[in-house]
Write a protein that binds this ligand. Structure first.
Ligand SMILES: [Mg+2]
Length: 198
């Protein structure tokens, strides 16, 4: 993927991409009383406003429990340091909440790589798969989608990147993801991605 080597704007998903995956979304949906098979944010958004107002703090609270469990993926720090050293811009787009996101970045020791204004959470605007945060980051950096890469482990990440017009990288640890066809590059882990770029 030579085309990726020349790209200077790197946008990462957080949970399951920069961190070892720990979220049990089925259990989260059960605790929130949401049906299985829908995204947590989509399930919440479909509820009456009063219910949403009651459940959003609970979703933040459930998410906070995972902050304590957060561990960086192998090679995450090395990859970010290498991209940064070659003049790359680094951004983060997550469906997690802002407090949990900043807490996670601090816990895993990667906060230094992301300027606060380059961290987009569900509290800052339309969540992925909407491309809004990706496009906003690129605009802020004076860049175009052709400069960008979206890296993630879920279909939301690939959809947000594709819709924005960036290249996409799928983290697929087992190599059996159903979404491989819509990624420009599939890697097993971040060290493999780092290897591609070196
Ligand atoms: Mg993820």
């Amino acid at each position: 993927m030579d085309v990726l080597r020349t790209r200077r704007c790197w946008i990462f998903d957080m949970d399951g991409t920069l961190t070892v995956p720990v979220h049990d979304f089925d259990s989260m949906r059960r605790e929130l009383g949401l049906p299985q098979g829908v995204g947590t944010l989509e399930g919440l958004a479909a509820l009456p406003a009063g219910e949403q107002a009651r459940l959003r703090p609970l979703l933040d609270e459930i998410g906070w429990r995972y902050v304590e469990l957060a561990q960086a993926q192998l090679g995450a720090g090395e990859l970010l340091a290498s991209l940064s050293a070659r003049g790359g811009r680094l951004g983060l787009v997550t469906r997690n909440g802002r407090r949990n996101t900043l807490g996670t970045l601090a816990k895993i020791g990667l906060a230094e790589f992301f300027a606060p204004e380059d961290v987009h959470t569900r509290d800052d605007g339309a969540p992925k798969p909407a491309p809004d945060a990706v496009l906003q980051l690129l605009r802020g950096w004076g860049a175009t989608p052709e400069d960008g890469v979206m890296v993630g482990d879920a279909v939301y990440d690939l959809q947000a990147g594709r819709t924005a017009g960036t290249a996409t990288v799928l983290l697929d640890p087992v190599g059996d993801s159903a979404w491989r066809a819509i990624a420009d590059l599939c890697v097993r882990d971040l060290r493999e991605l780092h290897g591609f770029l070196s």
